[in-house]
Design a protein around this ligand. Structure first.
Ligand SMILES: Cc1ncc(COP(=O)(O)O)c(C=O)c1O
Length: 393
């Protein structure tokens, strides 16, 4: 399924081979459809918990609006370090934490600080393609590690080890994963840690979806394992856990020398993360965690609804163990996913990202997100059904 139908608008076709640009082009196109339901999104639709909003309002009233230190408010770095110890078993103190303008900045800073030109980073495929740009902008090279549906897109230690060359610098792990909603299970993480130690590699662990696992699966942080604290860079943030995407606060935990290197780059690029957002993040990390349980309950319900709806259309998806997505095999339609995403937008006004938004190999998949109300999910399923049926499954 490599041929793209000529009906696809040029603005989408022109960027079809770049995952990140393709996703943005489809979002732009969907703005032309008045009633489009966005199941492409990865940012929570739920409101930010009120105590976080109150904390930000209070910070503004108290005139805490001045510039924060480049690496973040000390009180927030301390609170994040405590959270990392308590929730993740990662030994961290203030010096091991930098607050970033979203996880997005964090992943760029990591690559800028870590990589020399020609260094290779092992990246599980499919992938959040912002990592492509981050690695390439630092002169690094992406080496894709295959993962597959039969294995729920879990990462295989032997596949990781097989890809190591003298130029390999780091292994990237995202768990739970975007776009597959798979996780890297604890047994695999333990084995990957052994591979990293044996070959003297850094592990970058993106845990931004850590609060959302389902069906009894548990999150596990590779940075908690013996011998890993000195070689693990953990990326996380507030966007997904606390529905704070627009606040733009993320963080990186790493050995102190890495944090220092990232701070130097941050000082000459974006400067400190927004101080008022940092006060909100402090309320999030220190305050009542009950809203997270409520978010989890809502996502669990939506996920079940979407799973049932896709099954009713005979669409098969990978076991969604975490995150916000159903990674759906659409190859039975016989239509390339980029084309199918366009048809679903045009004919059903439902925006769904094609697998090609997450790597060139994924023309047989769609990433469908649960980040809409159950009513809208139901409406989206009802609109999709005739389109999928028309093209035959
Ligand atoms: C895997 C992964 N990492 C990092 C990010 C960055 O998120 P943010 O910049 O909102 O913290 C995202 C956003 O979608 C993501 O999916």
């Amino acid at each position: 399924m490599t041929v793209l139908n000529s009906n696809i608008p040029e603005a989408v076709r022109a960027v079809a081979s770049n995952g990140t640009q393709l996703r943005y082009a489809l979002m732009e196109l969907s703005a032309q459809y008045k009633d489009a339901i966005a199941l492409g999104r990865g940012d929570p639709d739920l409101p930010t918990p009120p105590h976080i909003v109150d904390a930000v309002n209070q910070a503004i009233r108290d005139n805490k609006t001045g510039l924060a230190p480049i690496s973040g408010l000390a009180i927030l770095r301390d609170a994040i370090a405590e959270k990392l110890q308590h929730d993740n078993g990662i030994p961290a103190s203030r010096e091991n934490v930098i607050v970033t303008t979203g996880g997005q900045e964090g992943l760029f800073l990591i690559m800028q600080a870590l990589l020399d030109p020609g260094d290779e980073v092992l990246v599980p495929d499919p992938r959040y393609t912002s990592y492509d740009e981050a690695i390439e902008s630092a002169g690094g090279k992406i080496v894709l590690i295959p993962t597959d549906h039969e294995d729920a897109f879990n990462l295989r230690p032997e596949s990781v080890e097989a890809a190591i060359t003298p130029k390999t610098k780091a292994i990237l792990i995202i768990t739970p994963m975007n776009p597959t909603s798979g996780i890297v299970t604890e047994d695999r993480l333990r084995a990957i840690a052994e591979v990293a130690i044996k070959h003297n590699l850094i592990v970058i662990s993106d845990e931004i979806y850590e609060k959302f696992l389902y069906d009894g699966w548990q999150h596990f942080s590779i940075g908690s394992l013996p011998g890993m604290a000195d070689r693990t860079i953990t990326l996380n943030g507030f966007s997904k856990s606390y529905a704070m995407t627009g606040f733009r606060v993320g963080y990186v935990a790493a050995p102190e020398n890495m944090i220092d290197a990232m701070t130097k780059i941050k000082a000459v690029t974006t400067g400190a993360a927004a101080s008022i957002s940092q006060w909100g993040a402090l309320a999030a990390v220190q305050g009542d965690q009950a809203p997270l349980h409520e978010f989890h309950r809502i996502y669990t319900e939506r996920r079940a609804l979407l799973m049932a709806g896709l099954r009713a259309m005979n669409l098969n998806f990978s076991d969604p163990r975490g995150a916000f997505f159903l990674w759906t095999n659409s190859s039975s339609t016989g239509i390339h996913a980029t084309e199918l995403a366009y048809l679903l937008l045009k004919e059903a006004q439902v925006l769904i990202f094609p697998g090609t938004g997450f790597g060139e190999n994924w023309g047989g998949y769609l990433r469908i997100s649960i980040l809409q109300s159950t009513d809208l999910l139901q409406e989206a399923l009802a609109r999709m059904q005739p389109v999928i049926a028309r093209y035959g499954v």
